[in-house]
Write a protein that binds this ligand. Structure first.
Ligand SMILES: *[C@@H]1O[C@H](CO)[C@@H](O)[C@H](O)[C@H]1NC(C)=O
Ligand SMILES: *[C@@H]1O[C@H](CO)[C@@H](O)[C@H](O)[C@H]1NC(C)=O
Ligand SMILES: *[C@@H]1O[C@H](CO)[C@@H](O)[C@H](O)[C@H]1NC(C)=O
Ligand SMILES: *[C@@H]1O[C@H](CO)[C@@H](O)[C@H](O)[C@H]1NC(C)=O
Ligand SMILES: *[C@@H]1O[C@H](CO)[C@@H](O)[C@H](O)[C@H]1NC(C)=O
Length: 379
């Protein structure tokens, strides 16, 4: 009888884990969101704890000796933003809090010098273990954009895995849209990493012609190479072809759009000419992009919104402004893709630019809610 009960328990827990594996909602949080003005300000404790399975705190840096560097002492420590993420576990005990190290603006030379030196790799691991204990985090994420030397990237991951695993800590990495980088020894990466966050967005620049941030599929208007490489599905397919383990991979989506100024406001289709990138939004302050929060608060009701059915993403235009972005429908389709292909989950950059106050008219945090609705169906 005992045997039978424990057998049932094992089967249940395996099945449960099997289902959970493909349903993760991996939320990157840009910590400087807590320093933005007005409605753009979102602190760690504002994140809806039950709508993320993982929160990645972006970013920590690296000191020359390999130890982790807190980037903004005031924000990260004094104002409690770092701790705000692990405090979300009081609401959602299953939530995993991860330190994300590096980012697009980080110095790749420091990464290189740490990765090629076994002592520094060990310092990084020890510092990560200490910080995880101190702040009740569950692992680290290497966001090295991008490694150039083959052996060192994998050597770094191998050592980190060896040091972190005995402490039950997770190792993740954020990687390029496509696996073609010579430094990406994909099979070994897949072996040492628990999570590969594939940054399947930023597919089109806002300077030349209208194009989507994160199309799920190609449009027949594109050339052959573009069709096979510049969309989230192609990213996933190529990473798997190169030997990545699907169950460890996330598909990335953007809670922001690519924003550009049309050369001719009467030409507002996909791949029409662009004059230049749009000026920075009031919250995200980044040329050529707008957060979904900014799209919802300032543009959605005054724009024409078009659903691009080939690429499964919307775009909007308003006079000369053109924005290719993700909405509830497009992130739901991406979440469904993740389930259909048994990937680890859907990842987003970044959670604090969701429409937290419901200006798009679909409630608060509509993108996160849409993703969770798909992830929690048919459990
Ligand atoms: C650090 O965070 C504080 C508090 O949000 C902010 O006022 C300050 O501008 C930030 N410093 C930098 C360099 O980003
Ligand atoms: C990376 O490693 C592979 C396999 O070991 C090797 O064939 C390739 O030349 C290396 N690339 C670089 C840039 O070192
Ligand atoms: C990567 O994988 C190959 C083949 O399994 C192995 O020979 C090699 O040592 C690995 N590289 C590292 C840095 O672990
Ligand atoms: C997904 O991507 C692969 C690789 O580019 C491609 O062969 C396949 O046709 C794509 N699937 C769809 C439905 O577009
Ligand atoms: C846009 O319209 C919807 C109703 O269609 C409304 O709920 C929402 O508040 C409006 N947003 C703004 C920014 O005015």
């Amino acid at each position: 009888m005992m045997l039978k009960v424990s057998f049932i328990l094992v089967v249940c827990s395996l099945t449960f884990q099997g289902i959970i594996a493909a349903n993760n909602v991996v939320c990157y949080y840009a910590s400087w969101g807590a320093s933005r003005p007005g409605n753009g300000k979102i602190t760690a404790k504002d994140i809806p704890a039950n709508l993320c399975t993982h929160v990645f705190y972006a970013f920590l840096g690296l000191n020359d000796d390999g130890s982790l560097l807190i980037m903004n002492e005031t924000l990260d420590v004094d104002l409690g933003n770092l701790k705000g993420i692990s405090d979300l576990k009081q609401i959602n005990p299953n939530l995993k809090a991860i330190f994300s190290v590096g980012g697009a603006a980080a110095d790749t030379a420091v990464f290189e010098s740490v990765a090629e030196d076994p002592e520094k790799r060990k310092n990084l691991a020890n510092s990560a273990i200490d910080l995880c204990k101190q702040y009740n985090y569950d692992g680290i994420d290497i966001d090295w954009e991008y490694p150039e030397i083959n052996a060192t990237f994998v050597a770094l991951l191998k050592d980190l895995k060896g040091y972190l695993e005995p402490h039950g800590l997770l190792l993740a990495a954020a990687v390029d849209q496509l696996p073609f980088n010579a430094a990406y020894d994909v099979r070994n990466m897949s072996k040492y990493l628990d999570i590969l966050n594939i940054m399947s967005y930023d597919f089109h620049s806002p300077y030349y012609q209208t194009g989507q941030n994160s199309p799920l599929y190609f449009t027949p208007k594109e050339g052959e190479w573009q069709r096979d490489n510049l969309n989230a599905n192609s990213s996933m397919v190529h990473w798997i072809q190169y030997g990545a383990t699907p169950e460890k991979m996330t598909m990335g989506c953007g809670f922001y759009g690519k924003a550009m100024i049309l050369a001719d406001p009467s030409k507002h289709d996909i791949m029409d000419p662009v004059a230049t990138a749009n000026s920075p939004g009031p919250y995200t302050d980044n040329i050529g992009t707008l957060g979904y929060n900014e799209i919802c608060e300032f543009h959605i009701n005054s724009s024409t919104v078009v659903w691009e059915d080939d690429q499964k993403v919307p775009y909007l235009y308003e006079d000369t402004l053109w924005v290719g972005y993700d909405d509830e429908r497009s992130v739901s389709l991406k979440a469904q893709y993740v389930k259909d292909h048994n990937l680890f989950g859907l990842m987003m950059w970044s959670v604090e630019t969701d429409d937290a106050y419901g200006y798009c008219g679909n409630g608060n945090w509509p993108l996160l809610n849409a993703i969770n609705k798909v992830m929690k169906e048919d459990l």
